[in-house]
Design a protein around this ligand. Sequence first.
Ligand SMILES: [Zn+2]
Length: 273
Amino acid sequence: MLTTDKTKERVSIYQPEQEGLIFPEIPEFNSFSEEREYRKQHLVAATRAFGMHGFDYGFAGHLTVRDPERPELYWTNPMCVHFSQVKMSNLVLADHEGRVVEGEYAINRAGFVLHAAVHEEFPDVVAMCHAHTLYGTAWCATGRPLDMISQDAAAFYNKHAVIGASAGAVAVERESGWTVAKEIGRNRAVLHQNHGLLTTSRHSIDDAAFWFIALERACQQQLMVEATGIKPQLLSDKTAQYSQDNVGNDFIGWLHFQTLYSHIAATQPDMFE
Ligand SMILES: [Zn+2]
């Protein structure tokens, strides 16, 4: 049986087959400047989503997305600006050496080292997120990967790693950045022991941000289960893989984030300033 073009375009079971319904679609761009505007807006929304989730810890935490025209440069949040106050006009464009190419604010040097190393080592990594979250950092202290305790956790099945190297050391030295960069770039998610969570995406900042939020939640759920002292029933490998294929891919990460984007864009219009 022939597949119609319309069917071919469906990359997920969540995309409606019925026509005329409101559903997020990945936009197409006519110019680099259009795409840049989109990436910056979604970076701002991702940063504010982190603020809404309480992921701030002083100046710690950084999100990056590559510039579409100059992929050796990436946009990031300004240092010492609360996640909830990041806006289009205070984003910073930086190069691999940590030099600010555009923008008025300084950038977090620790953030630069880690992100620059990953972006340089893996040219296809589009976006990356890192923060010192409460549950993620707590779970990272165990040095254990996540157990497959739920369908949500299955998004990280065989796609996350625990890194013990440079554990707990402030990642300001280039050496430290390179050591962890290789592991970070290979995985959707990394639990950096005694430090915090990191996510990367080859799809979008939306995807990296959503799976970061999901990762923090998975760490919280794992801690809650552990606290009961009851041994949890785990997903089988087959079920975990099935769940990941259907509800844990890059498109689904992007799609989940559109819910947050719409909410933030509607309720926090100063993000566009
Ligand atoms: Zn950190």
